[in-house]
Design a protein around this ligand. Structure first.
Ligand code: NAD
Length: 326
């Protein structure tokens, strides 16, 4: 192998992982990707791609077989509200993701990996700070006393602590980020694991002029959403810095879920109405607090939500049309 920096991306067949591989290749890394599956929407940009189950220690040993310059641990059993907030997948989510994290962090330590990134989630923040849709609190120091509203969030909190313990006890060089709703083209858009931005785009794209879309809850629940390219920039800055985290990677542009639906309906040029129905919604309000990341990494998102959503809608619209004619 040449003198290129080496990176391993776990979860390289997924949304953020497949985009990250492309970015790392662009920066000149030699990249190995691993996932249960190949990326769904375009060929991987990785130099080497291993299809394997990271719950299996034997697979992990093959994958983490050298002192990579950088490892990105993104593999997880996850999905949008329809997957993680119904409670039906709790045991799988906790078992699968915790097993992957236990395997990877131990082998990264044993292989002498130089730096490892762990992707946590805003879902680890306590529910009691997110009951007011207009004024949620998600600063990094508000994590405790812990009270996430989902088992997905509890697993993320456990794994954050796991990686930080390896840093303290074994000197493993870790970075921990808490993502707040990352979205963009080439993300899951159908099948039950899609998240709100993709779900809205699909529903609107599939609905004829004069029709209605269903939106879960009263639509007044709030969130913020960060475009994938911005997320990658923040991740790379975190990896290049001396700051360990945990740190939020998200947008502070908060919007209600009905507001998001209305934005997408606007792109479609169609007359579509919103039908609010009961469904899994998660906390009432959530917004990234970027005070810490601004201070430590001089980073803030540069793209308004509308611009990212427009790109995402046009990609999902094309997927819907392609499926119709298939
Ligand atoms: P994703 O589901 O597209 O990617 C996760 C990938 O992990 C999938 O491709 C999946 O096949 C793979 N995977 C799952 N189990 C595996 C196993 N046993 N062995 C090997 N691979 C396995 O999700 P994403 O949006 O790209 O998220 C990446 C990471 O970021 C996840 O850890 C997720 O929890 C975290 N995160 C994402 C968001 C977001 O908004 N996208 C928000 C918070 C946290």
């Amino acid at each position: 192998m040449s003198q290129k920096k080496t990176a391993l991306v776990c979860g390289a067949g997924g949304f953020i992982g497949s985009h990250l591989v492309r970015r790392l290749k662009h920066e000149g890394f030699w990249v190995r990707g691993v996932d249960l599956k190949n990326p769904e929407f375009s060929a991987t940009a990785a130099d080497e791609f291993i299809v394997g189950d990271l719950r299996e220690q034997s697979v992990c040993r093959n994958v983490v077989d050298m002192p990579f310059d950088e490892v990105y641990q993104l593999a997880a059993d996850m999905g949008g509200a329809g997957y993680i907030f119904t409670g039906n997948h709790d045991a799988d989510v906790m078992h699968n993701s915790a097993t992957i994290n236990l395997n990877i962090v131990e082998l990264a330590h044993k292989a002498g990996v130089k730096k490892i990134f762990y992707s946590s989630s805003a879902c680890m923040y306590p529910e009691y700070n997110q009951n007011d849709p207009d004024n949620p609190k998600c600063s990094e120091d508000s994590a405790y006393p812990a009270a996430p509203d989902s088992e997905y969030g509890w697993e993320k909190l456990f794994s954050e602590r796991l990686y930080l313990a390896y840093q303290r006890n074994y000197g493993l060089n870790v970075r921990v980020a808490r993502y707040h709703n990352i979205f963009g083209p080439e993300g899951t858009w159908t099948g039950g694991k899609e998240k709100a931005p993709a779900a809205m785009c699909r529903k609107v794209a599939e609905t004829p002029d004069g029709g209605a879309i269903e939106v879960w809850g009263d639509g007044k629940q709030t969130r913020s959403f960060l475009y994938i390219d911005e997320c990658l920039e923040a991740m790379r800055r975190l990896m290049d810095s001396d700051f360990i985290g945990p740190v939020n990677i998200g947008s502070e542009e908060m919007i209600s879920i009905n507001g998001l639906a209305e934005m997408v309906i606007g792109f479609s040029g169609k007359n579509v109405s919103i039908n609010n129905i009961p469904g899994p919604t998660g906390v009432r309000g959530r917004n990234s607090d970027n005070t810490l990341i601004r201070e430590k990494l001089q980073w803030s998102p540069s793209m308004p939500l509308r611009a990212g959503m427009e790109k995402t809608y046009s990609w999902i619209h094309a997927q819907v049309e392609a499926r119709k004619s298939a």
